[in-house]
Design a protein around this ligand. Structure first.
Ligand code: GRF
Length: 202
């Protein structure tokens, strides 16, 4: 399967997905990396010799023009799947119409708890003892799409945002690579609310 990865940040999830995709028999190939700002994720793409593009919101007259430009930039690579790995923008309706059901996001909390861009500090502030990683399909809401996989991560008394986020990211990197491989191989069955990756057992 051909995958386009969208990222905005340090790109450590992108980096781990690139590494996973190079392992023998991995069923997905990253054909391009897209970003919405100058960010270290671009260097990971360059280091790996993967095509990349940047579609910045502020270089477009409005959000819908940005949405169309991002959709066109991704579509040019004809991906089977789109992965948002720390992409910090809400995708627009044109993008969702084009790639809906084929967009996989990773979120650093156990959804539906702590959606949004501040999941890790929100979980810490609430005082939960367990948080985790959620890999889900993207729909029109903020972290509301059908869940594909989840895994718990303990919160330690001495945690700060950095230590907790890094413990979650260790899980996110593995879970994302596993889910992308499973979806690339077996697809997803979704009624719009729940999603299931068919079992590989015959
Ligand atoms: C991840 O925790 C992702 O779930 C979140 O942003 C982080 C991205 O990390 N939304 P990185 O930039 O790949 O290191």
């Amino acid at each position: 399967a051909k995958v386009v990865v969208l990222a905005s940040g340090t790109g450590s999830l992108l980096r781990s997905l690139i590494d996973a995709s190079r392992s023998d028999g991995y069923p997905a190939r990253i054909v391009a990396v897209g970003v919405d700002r100058v960010c270290p994720a671009e260097e990971h793409a360059d280091d790996a010799g993967i095509a990349r593009f940047r579609v910045a919101l502020r270089e477009h007259p409005d959000r819908s023009a940005w949405d169309r430009a991002l959709t066109d930039a991704v579509a040019a690579h004809e991906p089977d799947l789109v992965v948002t790995a720390g992409f910090m923008k809400i995708l627009g309706t044109v993008f969702l119409d084009r790639f809906g059901g084929r967009i996989i996001n990773t979120h650093p909390a156990l959804l539906p708890s702590f959606p949004g861009a501040h999941a890790v500090p929100d979980a810490l502030a609430y005082g939960v003892k367990v948080t985790g990683s959620t890999v889900h399909l993207v729909d029109g809401g903020v972290d509301t799409g059908p869940i594909l996989a989840q895994e718990p991560v303990p919160v330690l008394d001495e945690d700060d945002e950095t230590t907790l986020h890094e413990r979650i990211k260790v899980v996110e990197r593995r879970l994302l690579a596993e889910v992308v491989a499973a979806v690339a191989t077996r697809g997803v069955v979704s009624d719009g609310r729940k999603a299931v990756i068919p079992s590989d057992r015959t």
